[in-house]
Design a protein around this ligand. Structure first.
Ligand code: 5AD
Ligand code: FES
Length: 349
């Protein structure tokens, strides 16, 4: 039987997909179809970014969170977590180490921790930009007011990552308690965009109750938002959350989704995430081969690594930043790519 790959051409040329096509690409076992999808996505990524891989140094500044998302290991109600937060000097020290290792983007990620009010955060962001004016500062600190986002932008923040988690309102409510609102989340993303941030949205693949129609809504939402970056990874259960007995997301499905996103958004920044690398030992390599072009290794101090467990068995929690950096360089070389010393902005033309 010959494989009909015309739907891949149709997606690539129209830069659009319908529910039937998405269904076929996600559910069909035909390995030739999957190979054709991978090749098309890889070709598209190489056409825009060559074999360059951008890296972002991830600094997990706090695992204290006011939220109680059902999937997340650092949710408020998880009493087993040893809570921590990093002070300014520690964060600056992480950036210094990262800079020496060739990072030109720092991502400050954390739970929604009220300690980091606008004045503390603006001071931290301003200091990073003062010491490393050639670097981009990315924040990934959840939902804040428009005014707060404005002040942080003014203080020098360049980018903001806020996964929308799911674009479907009823699915959103299956993943979050009532106190969190899907409407507010989307509002935050549009506010960030309006304020001139480069914005990253995204979602988990295989989160509990997720259907192909939900993924279709995610694509429609992304087409509306037009983010600079899309972060996706498989859902992985955490033993101390309400979703402890839910099955993990399938990493192959996540790879297919990455490839589809690359065809729909040819220039978007697409990370091969840590969750993908946790689900499959070669997940990050495969993520690149399915159209990814970004890696986000951990720069957090060793002492806190194991405390930022969003899901079970997270990789790289025992490795120094320098070890991860060297390991990733080697992994990328093995598949014919190279990590570059660059801010890694989205290519506009
Ligand atoms: N499995 C996979 N990803 C997760 N995240 C949170 N919990 C999990 C989990 N159990 C993702 C969310 C969040 C990002 C920081 O990590 O999508 O936005
Ligand atoms: Fe804080 Fe999920 S509980 S991000």
């Amino acid at each position: 039987m010959t494989t009909d790959t015309s739907l891949i051409d149709s997606i690539r040329t129209r830069r659009d997909i319908d529910a039937v096509q998405l269904h076929t690409l996600l559910e069909q076992a035909d390995e030739h179809l999957v190979a054709a999808l991978r090749c098309a996505a890889q070709e598209q990524a190489v056409a825009v970014y060559g074999h360059d891989i951008y890296v972002r140094g991830l600094i997990e500044i706090s695992n204290i969170c006011r939220n109680n998302c059902y999937y997340c290991g650092i949710r408020r109600d998880n009493r087993k977590v040893q809570r921590y937060r990093l002070d300014k000097e520690t964060i600056l020290a992480c950036c210094r180490t990262g800079y020496e290792l060739g990072f030109r983007t720092f991502v400050l990620q954390g739970g929604e921790d009220a300690y980091y009010d606008d004045s503390r955060l603006c001071d931290i962001v301003g200091s990073i930009k003062h010491h490393h004016p050639d670097c981009a500062v990315t924040l990934s600190l959840g939902e804040r007011s428009r005014e707060s986002y404005r002040l942080l932008r003014e203080a020098g923040a360049d980018r903001y990552l806020l996964r929308h988690e799911t674009a479907d309102d009823s699915h959103y409510r299956q993943l979050h308690p009532d106190e969190l609102s899907p409407v507010h989340r989307k509002e935050c993303l549009f506010n960030l965009k309006e304020l001139g941030y480069q914005v990253g949205a995204g979602f988990m693949v295989g989160s509990p109750h997720q259907t192909v129609d939900h993924l279709m809504s995610d694509i429609r939402f992304l087409q509306e938002l037009q983010p600079d970056m899309i972060g996706i990874g498989p859902f992985l259960s955490h033993s101390d959350t309400p979703f402890h007995d839910q099955p993990d997301g399938d990493s192959d499905r996540c790879l297919r989704m990455l490839a589809i996103l690359r065809l729909l958004f040819p220039k978007v920044l697409l990370p091969a995430t840590t969750a993908l690398g946790t689900a499959d030992p070669l997940g990050r390599e495969k993520g690149i081969l399915y159209g990814g072009n970004v890696l986000m290794p951990n720069l957090s101090p060793m002492a806190v690594r194991k405390k930022y467990m969003l899901y079970d068995n997270k990789i790289c929690t025992g490795d120094e930043a320098a070890e991860c950096r060297a390991c990733l360089s080697k992994r990328m070389e093995m598949i014919g790519y190279r990590i570059v010393v660059d801010r890694g902005d989205v290519k506009k033309i």
